[in-house]
Ligand binder design. Structure first.
Ligand SMILES: *[C@@H]1O[C@H](CO)[C@@H](O)[C@H](O)[C@H]1NC(C)=O
Ligand SMILES: *[C@@H]1O[C@H](CO)[C@@H](O)[C@H](O)[C@H]1NC(C)=O
Length: 221
């Protein structure tokens, strides 16, 4: 992994293979309800509790959701993927929608409060207005892995990282069924692992002088 030299590497998207063993168990669908929130552009909210800021708008094309506390888990559940299917067979397609958690939200017995884009994605063609008119729908959902061949997690270097001493990473997606509870860095050749600090929800940071070579990253359980 390259170390950020300056704010010019903002667009650098780092996709990392996780070193931890990620569970492959496929949990059963859970029955619940989902609602949606309004945004001016129909995408996600940049003010979500996870701290994605501007990435929170169009992560996964705006298919994002605020999750109830048992899924949000004070931020540990941010970046997790859920397959959500609406149970109204007249209005909803079987394909459902895959949402990524970017926010915390409690509704009227809902597990998800979705972006308008995500909510409408559950609808059959031409039925999205009728679906939105319901405001709350019965759903089935389960956690699913982040599917990107060969990778199961995605970080972005936070543009506020200040060269030379400060590195901050934003966890965009997390794969598998387990939460990222710790992040460690080392210079590839030294195996001297240093713990990063969870500075805010999905943001991990560390004070370190610039490494001479590549950095390795791992996620202790
Ligand atoms: C919660 O939802 C139920 C069923 O959809 C409805 O009857 C009730 O009025 C709602 N409660 C609130 C506080 O909105
Ligand atoms: C990036 O880092 C800054 C400074 O540490 C922090 O305030 C901000 O919340 C971080 N997150 C994002 C997504 O920029």
């Amino acid at each position: 992994m390259a170390y950020p030299r300056s704010g010019t590497l903002v667009v650098l998207l780092i996709v990392l293979e996780v070193l931890l063993s990620v569970g492959h168990s496929s949990p059963h669908f859970i029955q619940s309800r989902a609602a949606y929130y309004e945004t001016p552009d129909g995408l996600g909210t940049p003010s979500g509790a996870c701290g994605y800021v501007e990435y929170g708008r169009d992560l996964r094309g705006g298919n994002v959701a605020a999750a109830t506390q048992s899924l949000y888990r004070n931020g540990a559940g941010c970046g997790a993927f859920y397959k959500v299917t609406c149970k109204n067979k007249y209005l909803c397609a079987d394909s459902g929608v895959i949402v990524v958690v970017t926010d915390h939200g409690e509704g009227n017995r809902t597990d998800f409060i979705m972006s308008p884009r995500a909510f409408k994605t559950m609808a059959k063609q031409g039925k999205d207005k009728q679906l939105k008119a319901l405001a709350v729908v019965d759903i089935d959902y389960k956690r699913v892995p982040y599917k990107n061949p060969g990778h199961n997690i995605c970080f972005k270097i936070n543009k506020s990282s200040n060269y030379p001493d400060y590195l901050s990473l934003v966890l965009l997606y997390q794969g598998g069924q387990k939460d990222v509870v710790a992040v460690e860095l080392s210079q590839e050749k030294t195996s001297d692992w240093k713990a990063m600090r969870r500075s805010y929800r999905v943001v991990w940071d560390i004070l370190m002088s610039p490494p001479t070579g590549n950095l390795a990253i791992r996620f202790p359980l």
